[in-house]
Design a protein around this ligand. Structure first.
Ligand code: ASP
Length: 432
């Protein structure tokens, strides 16, 4: 199946899911609606999610080993790593700044302080106390995150799908293979063939299940969505969407246009299937097999670059998440009648950037990490309870943004490599 047709089917699946889910939401107290949601939407969606999750570890591991090996020189790899992380940090900081500006201009929280007294806040506070002190938990997370970069047991790393550990292990193996290049011809072949096999499986999953799977995931999310909860949170919701839109259109748009020298429309058209999967799964990690395949086949990004930059991005680069955190922080400050000082805003930018590195690419984690940002500037993390109800819907849009950022940066780095190798032909790869 041509990818264009596949994109169309995925888009139809998403729209059908949104429409049918929204209609079902209005009758969600009916037993038959709950039955269809549980046994059809949810089963279809979760089956699809499991299928792509099943491929995440093999694809990340195999493609990074090969990617590193293909880069061929640890020094080049080092500079690629530094550039990648640099781009990730800068774009995330820009994302939060946009988010806080939008929230300051549109003022979603002023005059709604009664939300802070709501049941959701006390419920969140009691679960938080059961789970231990937030501040302490954050401190442990920071040092433990550093220690946990290195896997004590490689099988455990894979079983727990710990992306950073898997990436590190794969980088080590790739570098070791470069070092003993003459002796590992067979092993390289094995990895190359294994790569073909996993990509073939991903393609088959996409071809036969993506549209229906996306439908199921979105239909169940919208059936259960807290539309009623949107009420007073409408402006917060809109602010997050506006900030995501600005970031997607202006920041990534100009980056692709000016730094990668490619048409942004071409980029979006070709990356759309992966964006659809990001939207429906709300998980950067689950989207990885598809976003890697789409970037390499449709955007013609070198395997060596795509397979290193995108898995790393799915793990540490979360611009969409940072946007939600920026808007949420200003919103909660406004509810509390607090005017954030410039120093507090800068603190939010720094902490939310760090938090986005520690955010796992699975649904809902961005909201958990928001506690770290709120605590850092003295706001009550229990206020997260207010926005929990509508977070699933925003998670879809921010995850789509998260993975688009990874691919845009991979495209820029690929273009820089073209220039380095004297290969760049204006618009050469834009015809696909
Ligand atoms: N769901 C997001 C992702 O996987 C993370 C988050 O913001 O919760 O990219």
């Amino acid at each position: 199946m041509k990818t264009n047709r596949m994109t169309l089917y995925i888009v139809i699946g998403l729209i059908a899911g949104i429409v049918i889910g929204s209609v079902f939401n209005t009758m969600s107290d009916q037993a038959w609606v709950q039955w269809i949601d549980q046994y059809i939407f949810n089963v279809v969606g979760q089956l699809f999610l499991n299928m792509i999750f099943m491929m995440v570890v093999p694809i990340v591991f195999i493609s990074i080993v090969l990617g590193v090996y293909n880069v061929g020189d640890p020094k080049t790899l080092g500079s690629l790593g530094i550039k990648t992380i640099g781009f990730y940090l800068i774009t995330t900081a820009i994302a939060i700044t946009i988010a806080m500006t939008v929230a300051n201009v549109l003022d979603p929280g002023t005059g709604q302080s009664e939300l802070l007294e709501s049941e959701e806040v006390s419920e969140y506070r009691s679960t938080e106390l059961e789970g231990g002190e937030t501040g302490q938990a954050v401190e442990q997370t920071v040092d433990q995150t550093i220690i946990d970069l290195v896997p004590g047991n490689i099988f455990q790393a894979m079983a727990e799908e710990n992306m950073l550990q898997i990436i590190l292990l794969a980088v080590f193996i790739g570098i070791a293979m470069i070092t003993v290049k003459d002796k590992v011809g067979t092993l390289v072949k094995v990895f190359e063939q294994a790569n073909d096999v996993v990509l073939t499986i991903v393609m088959a999953i996409m071809k036969y299940f993506a549209a229906i799977g996306a439908f199921g995931l979105v239909a169940t999310a919208f059936t259960q969505a807290g539309f009623d909860a949107i009420g007073q949170l409408g402006m917060y919701f809109v602010c997050v969407l506006i900030a995501l839109f600005i970031h997607l259109a202006l920041v990534y748009g100009s980056m692709v246009q000016f730094l990668a020298k490619k048409s942004y429309v071409w980029f979006l058209k070709n990356f759309a299937p992966a964006m659809g999967i990001g939207f429906s799964t709300s998980s950067s990690s689950a989207s990885l097999p598809v976003s890697l395949e789409t970037a390499q086949k449709r955007l013609n990004i070198r395997k060596g670059i795509s397979s290193f930059v995108q898995p790393l991005g799915a793990t540490i680069n979360m611009d969409g998440t940072a946007i939600m955190q920026g808007v949420a922080t200003v919103f909660i400050a406004q509810l509390s009648g607090i005017d954030l000082t410039l120093m507090q805003m800068v603190t939010v930018v720094v902490i939310a950037t760090v938090a986005s590195i520690g955010t796992a690419g699975v649904p809902g984690v961005g909201l958990v990490m928001l506690a770290m940002v709120l605590t850092a500037i003295g706001l009550d993390p229990a206020a997260i309870g207010i926005i929990i109800g509508i977070d699933r819907l925003l998670d879809m849009t921010r995850t789509m943004t998260n993975i688009t950022g990874d691919a845009a940066i991979a495209l820029i780095l690929d273009h820089q490599q073209d220039v380095k190798e004297g290969k760049h032909k204006e618009g050469a790869s834009e015809e696909a």
